[in-house]
Write a protein that binds this ligand. Structure first.
Ligand code: SF4
Length: 274
């Protein structure tokens, strides 16, 4: 894979480096991010209208995610020469084609990645856990999330709805709205979380009245003790599942950022279309 093939509008999951790992150019990381895909079957507990996972062609059959297999791929990527060896890696991102917290191996994998990072002296190298929250069960993941957030890692929790109706309309998750928010509150009061949101134009999109409702929801979370580190809001970079969803202009994104920044006590970062 050549450096020129890394573009924010292309995030192929198949790579020459393994079944689970895939290098991408990430807008949010401002450079090379090594993705880890725990959902080779593309299963997800949400069905977001804006989802940019390429589901038009069925994925090739792949192995079941196991911590040992994935750690071996990450180790090879950092220890053996290849086309991207000279490129600095900005972060390790557990993202991929579905919801990483649904994978049974996640706690073992997180701890294994933190150990590997130390063993190979890879730091500073944040490990980012992207999540829609459905599998974010503190009983199962508490020790690994605690260590993750103590060692540069971050939990990027999806919050791009402003109430129960919008959650079902946009994210189409099967978990109840109350249960999902309870998950966020349970985890976010124990360890810091970063909120992430995909903003788009079209049906079901955020408009100025919804920005206010969204701000109110985030304020309620702060009031409940959720430790929100910052908010990352981005618009579409690749074709979405629902073609009615369109990227937002930089002008609109800037307006949203200004309103959010003046209303919320944490940092708001916005990422426009490439
Ligand atoms: S949670 Fe992520 S992978 Fe799942 S449907 Fe939504 S955007 Fe796609």
């Amino acid at each position: 894979m050549k450096q020129g093939e890394l573009r924010p509008d292309l995030h192929p999951r198949q790579s020459p480096y393994g079944d689970f790992i895939y290098p991408v150019f990430s807008r949010r990381s401002k450079g090379l991010s090594l993705g880890i895909n725990l959902n080779l079957d593309q299963h997800c507990s949400f069905n977001c209208r804006y989802c940019q996972v390429e589901r038009r062609t069925p994925p090739p059959p792949g192995p079941k995610p196991e911590a040992a297999l994935i750690l071996a791929e990450v180790r090879r990527f950092f220890t053996q020469p290849h086309d991207l060896s000279q490129q600095p890696v900005k972060d390790l991102a557990l993202a991929g084609d579905g919801e990483p917290t649904e994978a049974a191996c996640l706690p073992e994998l997180l701890l294994g990645l933190l150990d590997l990072k130390k063993e190979l002296a890879l730091g500073p190298l944040p490990i980012l856990l992207y999540t829609n929250g459905t599998g974010l069960d503190w009983k199962r993941l508490g020790p690994s999330l605690t260590r993750l957030t103590q060692e540069e890692g971050e939990i990027w929790f999806k919050l791009d709805f402003w109430d129960e109706v919008s959650y079902h309309a946009i994210n189409q998750g099967k978990m109840s709205y109350d249960h999902l928010l309870a998950r966020l509150i349970e985890v976010g009061t124990k360890v810091p979380v970063v909120l992430q949101a995909c903003l788009f134009a079209g049906e079901h999109a955020f408009g100025p009245p919804q920005w206010n409702q969204w701000i109110q929801l985030m304020r309620q979370l702060l009031h409940r003790g959720v430790k929100i580190q910052r908010l990352l809001a981005y618009t579409l970079a690749r074709p979405p599942a629902d073609s009615n969803c369109k990227p937002l202009s930089d002008t609109t994104l800037t307006q949203i950022a200004e309103q959010l920044t003046s209303a919320l006590p944490f940092e708001v970062l916005i990422y426009g279309a490439p």
